[in-house]
Design a binder for this molecule. Sequence first.
Ligand SMILES: CC(C)(COP(=O)(O)OP(=O)(O)OC[C@H]1O[C@@H](n2cnc3c(N)ncnc32)[C@H](O)[C@@H]1OP(=O)(O)O)[C@@H](O)C(=O)NCCC(=O)NCCS
Length: 385
Amino acid sequence: MRGVCVVGTAMSRFGKMSESARESMTMTSMKAIEDAGLSPGDIGAAFYSNAFGVAERQLHIGPLINSALGIGDRPSIAIESACSSSSAAINEAYAHIAAGLEDICLVAGGEKLSHLSTMEATTYFAMGSDYTYEASNGVTFPGLYASMAVAHMNRYGTTQEMLASVAIKNHSNALLNPLAHLRKKLTMEAYKESPVVAYPLHLYDCCPFSDGSAAVVLASEEKARELKDEIVRIEASERAGTAATLQDRRDMTGIEGAAVASKRAFARAGMDAAEVDVAEVHDCFTIAEIMAIEDIGFFRKGEGGRASVEGETAIGGRIPVNPSGGLKGKGHPVSATGAAQFHELYEQLLGKAGRRQVDGAEVALAHNIGATGGSCTVHILRRRR
Ligand SMILES: CC(C)(COP(=O)(O)OP(=O)(O)OC[C@H]1O[C@@H](n2cnc3c(N)ncnc32)[C@H](O)[C@@H]1OP(=O)(O)O)[C@@H](O)C(=O)NCCC(=O)NCCS
């Protein structure tokens, strides 16, 4: 396989936007192409994700964005993998370049949800679960993750304060990120006073509904070396699955596919969890971050809550997790999330993350899951000269 590198990234401001997903994805794609020092004509193929396009009455978004970029003759495809859509798209683009089918690929993901009520958005989101056994019986994502949180609390003694510490850290990191959706300091008092959405998850345990887009340009290592003095190489791009429905799982205190994808990624990269300097993980709910840092292997099973409350995952801690603010603070425009994780990690590895910079970061990990982890993607990036 050929080496594959990240050569450009961009993201829009997350939150409420006036543009459509299609418009936002086009503008962000153009910024990522410029960041790479390229022009649209250099793109061989494009991979787009817009899981909730139907909420804007627009499907088949690829040729529309390509045409707006002036490359209507290039192949495009839309990839849907719930909340992990754009990291699945990155994995496809990676495979195309590694196999020699293309030299340069564009990946972009975006979503526009703010024109929907909470009820409508929740209903659309629930379509990403098992509609027959979960959504149609009234279980939504806060409820599904609440069930996992209760299982984790019962088995490992994880506490409400431990969940809260994840939210407080990610809100605090988001305050350092000018593109984040929720730029609001969170205190333990405000957390405790906030309404319960699905026990034990309070309002501040949940990510918000966000609009936004993010884009990534990938190139073969040979091309990347022509474009950049310092390269960011994808050392591993691995995917794995988990039984889709919670009732079919042996264990609800972790996500099996995330652990498998992490193990494969470390094996592919020839390194272990202790070598990672910074990570962006899928914290759609606070319990999801605790499970993620255990599944990846940053902490032993049952230790994620303690590590979070003791500040080991803060910027400056043993392994900084979600310096961008994560899904919780930066926001979660579903299909943009995987590409936005890449944007943060690319900036971190190039030392361009401003006030949230993790000093000396050389190895980064992105963990992105779809729904309750039916689809899991883990990428490892390394800065090289
Ligand atoms: C938690 C949730 C139910 C709150 O929705 P809501 O009660 O309708 O909240 P509203 O949109 O009316 O917002 C009320 C206030 O809370 C804030 N807010 C909303 N969601 C928030 C969140 N998740 N975290 C922090 N603040 C939030 C809003 O900014 C608003 O603040 P303001 O009054 O200062 O403007 C909703 O955000 C949610 O369902 N999130 C989970 C999304 C999800 O499942 N994603 C998929 C994951 S797999």
